[in-house]
Design a protein around this ligand. Structure first.
Ligand code: SF4
Length: 455
């Protein structure tokens, strides 16, 4: 039984692709190993949408290539967005690599590796299959902790933001069918998944390429009625795609987390236009008002891209003012990266790197203050917390997340009293708020029932 070792880079959507690759290979009799030394085939599933990710991928590939040195029986395979973006140019530059496969090749992956083992160097090539879409029939092995999983509902994107290479790498929007997603969600539920996070490039675009009765709202209704998964979470929502119907479904169903991840990218109308984002600040303010009108206690996450070409200090200060006014819960801030091939690469003037860095840290500093203040509202409250296990900070503490904290990107709850197992959803009395994290103790069932959670 041949063995393989896989490194998965980039976003959660790419991780799902890695899980399908692992499922396909183990289903075909391959063995996944934890150490690169042990593996016959080394696989790097790459990210490639911005230069920092490209550099990280190249570094990882070269690190894996060192395991091949002196061992002609070992193979190195590179897949994913970097291959899809750079194709033959990459293949010409990286002679250490034996096989290159683009973003669409997960399904027939085992066959490609079998051929590689059979023919060795003769099988060295670049494979860029046509656009495809994973389905519930795709064998998938979860790599996230068993109590949570990502549900990738679409592939590709039609929004064409001027700074983004994803449409060029991942192609046009392709939505999976409602039935297919329900089958996968039900399977994940049988595997013990308690928190299912819906992911896409733009989750609000789900179904637009299918038919009017296929939508994010329709998907949520079916997930609520055809699964018993206690926590459903919505991520990557384009601001103009938030319907009143969606907000009503969220307000009426406590199994949908009172949480929205709304990448805004900027608030200056001039910069938003240059980014080809289809909204302005007035619409963003009205949107948050509408959301909070329906869901007063909702947690809001967003990301901002600072240092976009032509961004003046006044444009930048608009974001600061917006953060102070809107008091968001979780904010990611990234420096604009000029990407060859993206329309914005031609825009002028480019903001100097040092100035971009200064603007990023200024926003992060402000948000740290705002986050600490926002978290105070939980002190004295009893909140349902999904236990993740022993804390990474101290094995005297357990760690978990509230409904208002998404996996991998937001803060957590540190638990200094009480015991529970990973995947348990327990009542926790919050005793302290920190900059991004909360502290509290698990209540016994009786006490928990008396809880006063944020609605
Ligand atoms: S919504 Fe914009 S930023 Fe996001 S993937 Fe699509 S084109 Fe890129």
């Amino acid at each position: 039984m041949a063995s393989f070792y896989l490194v998965s880079l980039g976003c959660a959507k790419n991780l799902v692709d890695s899980e399908v690759i692992i499922g396909g290979l183990t289903g075909a009799g391959w063995r996944l190993v934890d150490e690169a030394e042990e593996a016959k085939v080394l696989i790097v599933n790459t990210c490639g949408f911005i230069q920092s990710a490209v550099r990280e991928a190249i570094d990882e590939i070269l690190a894996m290539a060192r395991y091949k040195e002196g061992d002609r029986e070992k193979f190195l395979v590179v897949v994913g967005c970097l291959v899809q973006r750079y194709g033959q140019k990459l293949a010409d530059e990286l002679s250490e690599v034996d096989l290159f496969v683009g973003t669409e090749g997960q399904e027939g992956f085992a066959g490609l590796l079998d051929e590689l083992l059979l023919r060795g160097e003769a099988a060295r090539r670049l494979v860029l299959p046509g656009r495809s879409l994973m389905s519930s029939a795709s064998p998938r092995v979860l790599t996230t902790p068993s109590y949570r999983a990502w549900l990738k509902i679409t592939e590709g994107c039609n929004n064409h933001c001027s700074y983004c290479m994803i449409p060029a790498i991942r192609g046009e929007l392709r939505s999976r069918s409602l039935d297919d997603l329900i089958i996968e969600a039900q399977r994940l539920e049988t595997l013990g998944v308690r928190e299912l996070s819906l992911i896409a490039q733009d989750s609000t675009a789900y179904g637009r390429d299918l038919s009017p009765d296929v939508s994010l709202e329709a998907l949520l209704r079916r997930l609520l009625s055809e699964t018993g998964i206690p926590w459903l979470r919505l991520l990557y929502l384009y601001p103009t795609g938030i319907s009143d119907d969606l907000l009503s479904i969220m307000a009426d169903n406590s199994r949908i987390m009172p949480y929205l991840d709304l990448p805004m990218q900027h608030v200056s109308d001039r910069v938003l236009r240059a980014m080809n984002r289809r909204y302005d600040k007035r619409q963003l303010v009205a949107l948050l008002e509408r959301i909070r009108g329906k869901l007063p206690h909702i947690a809001l996450r967003t990301t901002f891209l600072v240092g976009f070409p032509g961004e003046s200090i006044e444009d930048f200060l608009e974001i600061e003012e917006f953060l102070r006014d809107q008091q968001l819960d979780h904010v990611g801030v990234f420096a604009y990266a000029r990407e060859e091939g993206a329309p914005s690469a031609r825009l002028k003037p480019q903001v100097p790197a040092r100035e971009k860095k200064r603007r990023v840290s200024r926003l992060l500093k402000l948000q740290a203050e705002l986050s600490a203040r926002r978290l105070e509202r939980f002190v004295g409250k009893v909140e349902p917390v999904l236990i993740e296990g022993v804390s990474s900070e101290s094995d005297l503490l357990l760690q978990g997340r509230t409904r208002f904290q998404a996996p991998e990107v937001d803060g957590c709850v540190l638990i200094n009293d009480g015991m529970a197992n990973p995947g348990d959803i327990v009542q926790v009395l919050i005793t302290e708020a920190m900059t991004y994290d909360l502290l509290g103790g698990i209540l016994d069932e009786e006490e928990g029932r008396k809880g006063n959670a944020v609605p």
